[in-house]
Design a protein around this ligand. Sequence first.
Ligand SMILES: Nc1ncnc2c1ncn2[C@@H]1O[C@H](COP(=O)(O)OP(=O)(O)O)[C@@H](O)[C@H]1O
Ligand SMILES: [Mg+2]
Length: 286
Amino acid sequence: MDHEAQATSPQTGQARNVLLEVRGLNVRFGGLLAVAGLDLDIVEGEILALVGPNGAGKTTVLNCISGFVRPAAGSIRFAGRDLLALGPERRAALGIGRTFQNGQLFASLTVLENLLIGRHAHLRAGLFQGLLPFGPAKREDAQARQRAREILAWLGLEPYANRVVATLPAGLQKLVGVARALAGEPRLLLLDEPAAGVPMREVTVLVEHLRRWCTDLGLTLLLIEHNMHVVQAVAQRVCVLNYGRKLTEGEPTTVLREPAVLEAYLGREEEASPLLEQEVSDHAAR
Ligand SMILES: Nc1ncnc2c1ncn2[C@@H]1O[C@H](COP(=O)(O)OP(=O)(O)O)[C@@H](O)[C@H]1O
Ligand SMILES: [Mg+2]
């Protein structure tokens, strides 16, 4: 992995190595402006949480970064390169990994097979080479298996390597989704609600993993998350979206108590986590 200048905390105000730079992003779905003039920087090595009520445009922002949605206006640069001209596969090859809100694993394949598919983004051997039972493709195949096994071991998923994904509980399937994204060796990992549907005790494990990936693998994380406990536990910075616009951004404990943020969640407590729910109802009582 390529190491540029060490990223420093946003609070220190020192030189920051911006890995992803979003400017003036607009996304239209028919008459709906789903993302409106969004500017967002992600610094190398940080964990940035993207939060906001349902329909705020969070998943759409992720889709624009990974290449599944084409914005009407704006620019996205990754490690200094313009991304918008590139398709999703090229972006994955550059080091942008992602998980999907609903998993989108190959449910009838095994855990290991899903990881090998995730690894595919990282393989350079062409289709023709892949047909030959020797040479670079063969070597890469062995390497891919080795690396996939390491990732499974690291996430405690090794006992499930040969289990068909559909037979695993939801929490484990989520983790397999993350393992598959990690198999592509991303530099920036985009996670869409990794804690959704995961039991609380497994959420603690997930939080530990998230922290460890950033420190041990030098990963940068953009995390969409409704669970504010997870946000507070892992994110160095939070960006709040509402109706496609950035409402505010900054350090989690401060931002999540701003009146404008609580207003945005007012009347939508059913989707907020207990932490934010209490703040929202206190705010409504004032
Ligand atoms: N493919 C699509 N076609 C039409 N409307 C969409 C599409 N994807 C998202 N939207 C709309 O865009 C808005 C933002 O959606 P989304 O990004 O999924 O929000 P969030 O992830 O914050 O809940 C919503 O109003 C949603 O209905
Ligand atoms: Mg979403």
